[in-house]
Ligand binder design. Sequence first.
Ligand code: IPD
Ligand code: CA
Ligand code: CA
Length: 263
Amino acid sequence: MTDSDFKELKAIDQMVCHWLEELMHQAQELVQSHLDVQHKDGDTRNLVTNVDRENERWLDQKIRTFNPEAKIISEEGFGDHPLDMEGDVWFVDPIDGTMNFVHEHTDFAIMVALYRDGQPLLGWIADVMGNDIYHGGPAIGVQINQQQLPASPDLQLSQSILMLSGRRLVAGDYGYKTLAQKALAFRVIGSAGITFSYLLKGQVNGYFSKLMPWDVAAGRVLAESLGFIVTNLDGQALNMLSSNTVLIATDSTHHEIVTMLKG
Ligand code: IPD
Ligand code: CA
Ligand code: CA
């Protein structure tokens, strides 16, 4: 990586951090306000609010102004529908954990990621009520605000706290029950972004969920940069254009889970 490539990445990183600071402060005010809440796809547990839509419209517009050639994959319909990962592809989740945003007023995030020719380049997760931004990538390292984060320790499954999807656990999908029993403990947070923040801080060692591209894009960049392995259920690479059953874990836990699910 040349000096000018490094400087370009640092400049993009700082620019998006400023965007997210602005949205984070707005969302901190809006969380207590009257929200326009609607259900998506006739599912009473799948919520969207005016803030989700306004955040996405604003972020997609910022990205298009900065990077007009880029493609955007975002949740609420303001983005594009690219058929490949060539060039610059941005991912936007304008509120991740909308159920928490509406009902718990905490544990929700705003997420952005940038991939170039399919390679994870930069990721940002704003933990809105924590007032923290996790950001960086493989070339520039990972920071929480201004503080560099270290690589996570590698633990066995029996020593690991696993983050799971409540929906998959209840449905009993993908050997979930056995996994939950074999881990040291399991937790369900309801926001992929906040779940990733626990992984990045080394508080938990694995996360297993079915996720859309905008749910996983930022977390994948940051987690891989800290040595986590991010694959689908059978250990294969993710397809960033579709939903995946995503397994994120440190080396030993990842190996143990993939082997267990194959058996
Ligand atoms: C949801 C959250 C949740 C995950 C769901 C996502 P949304 O995101 O990240 O943790 O289990 O699959 O859809 O819809 O609130 O942005
Ligand atoms: Ca999401
Ligand atoms: Ca969302």
